[in-house]
Design a binder for this molecule. Structure first.
Ligand SMILES: Cc1ncc(COP(=O)(O)O)c(C=O)c1O
Length: 396
């Protein structure tokens, strides 16, 4: 009855079932997976969002790739010294998920493949399957930092491969791609005529101020590339549903891609007019929200680092940017058992590494956005409980 684009089993997993049961019993959970910036006590400047609804709400200006003023605003936002992005290369979407959908329609026939990082964003599985595309993983390996395993990327390239997906900084590993990694992936794409899709939604959040990694928009690569971003992460306004993709690469390939995207976008005309009219102001005034989120992430990361230091068998994996952190614990029990135990005993919710397809256990993934007092208390309970359960030395 239903298509094979959907998973055969639509029932919630055991962790989802436990959360629903505890909440129905009135339990208050400390949610260390909270990554909705509107729910963590970070206020947008007064009037920033309210002003959007007030902008000519009766105006409807259908333009497939987006209103020129909004495309100019995004182009200015992603431009840097030495990297002027032409507004004609900007395509507006309702978010990054829609941008992926458009790009898979543009680049892939049903059954074609795209290479996706592992561990990474769990939504890739659905975003690809819903477009009839197969995700083939390549590995990121954690040594002194998370590195792209170029051999596994090369091994993944096959007859039906159409694109390589990069996430920089990656969710949840927090790793930016280096210049050398980007160059190597670009060369591989050029050699096999693959497109490069770089999800840079978390790029404005380097852990060390000023230490953001390179963008796929930097430099001149002989490959059709797309850089993805959006208001939801750039200025912490997911409720406004505005994202973008920026095309880069050789002119003829970019022009053909934009013509294809124009047809795809025209079929949906999904981006609301008011948010496009407000885009310039939202991106300019939203910088205040970006700064507050960055400060929150740094504060919580430092707190987590201090807590982990008290638990010698736990290890905080290196973070370079983004909104997440990964704690490695000894794999004496399954991640699922650890997470369920934390929920039942401590009322603390964290994600198991397997949600993100880590190649081995045991990892716990936390968001660095929650309010500091909740984050500190929840993370302390997570580590204490994990220490008790895993027979770790608590160091106290
Ligand atoms: C890597 C990555 N890309 C994209 C998104 C979502 O972006 P959007 O809200 O624009 O669809 C997320 C959300 O967590 C993410 O982790």
């Amino acid at each position: 009855m239903l298509s094979s684009r959907l998973p055969p089993d639509l029932a919630p997993n055991p962790i989802g079932r436990a959360i629903a049961r505890l909440r129905s019993q009135g339990a208050e959970l400390v949610d260390l997976t909270e990554s909705n910036p509107t729910r963590v006590g970070i206020a947008a400047p007064e009037g920033l969002v309210r002003g959007t609804a007030a902008i000519e709400p009766r105006l409807y200006e259908p333009q497939p790739l987006g209103l020129p003023a909004a495309r100019r605003a995004v182009a200015a936002h992603v431009s840097r010294a030495g990297r002027a992005v032409p507004p004609e290369r900007v395509v507006l979407t309702t978010g990054t998920s829609e941008a992926y959908g458009h790009l898979f329609k543009l680049l892939c026939d049903p059954g074609d493949e795209v290479l996706t990082p592992r561990p990474s964003y769990p939504l890739f599985e659905h975003l690809t399957r819903l477009e009839g595309v197969r995700a083939v993983p390549y590995a990121l390996e954690c040594h002194a930092r998370w590195e792209l395993d170029l051999d596994s990327l090369r091994r993944g390239v096959g007859r039906r491969t159409r694109a390589v997906l990069l996430v920089s900084p990656n969710n949840p590993t927090g790793s930016y791609l280096t210049e050398a990694e980007l160059d190597a992936v670009g060369a591989l794409c050029a050699a096999h005529d693959l497109a490069l899709i770089a999800d840079e939604v978390f790029a404005p959040y380097p852990l060390a101020p000023g230490a953001a990694g390179p963008s796929v928009l930097d430099g001149d690569r002989d490959v059709l590339a797309f850089c993805l971003g959006g208001l939801s992460k750039a200025v912490g306004l997911p409720q406004l549903k505005l994202g973008w993709l920026v095309a880069a690469g050789p002119r003829p390939a970019v022009d053909r891609a934009l013509a294809g995207l124009e047809l795809i976008c025209d079929t949906y005309l999904s981006v609301a007019t008011p948010v496009q009219l407000a885009a310039g102001r939202l991106l300019a005034d939203g910088a205040a929200v970006t700064a507050r989120i960055a400060e929150r992430v740094r504060g919580n990361h430092a707190a987590l680092q201090r807590l982990v230091e008290r638990h010698p068998a736990a290890r905080l994996l290196p973070v370079e940017g983004g909104w997440y952190a990964v704690v490695q614990i000894p794999a004496t029990r399954s991640e699922e058992e650890v997470v369920l135990d934390l929920l039942e005993r401590e009322r603390v919710l964290v994600h198991p590494g397997y949600f993100y397809d880590f190649s081995r256990e045991a990892y716990l993934v936390v968001s660095l956005l929650p309010e500091p007092h909740l984050f500190g208390a929840g993370a302390a309970r997570m580590l204490e409980r994990a220490a008790v359960q895993e027979g770790l030395e608590s160091g106290r």
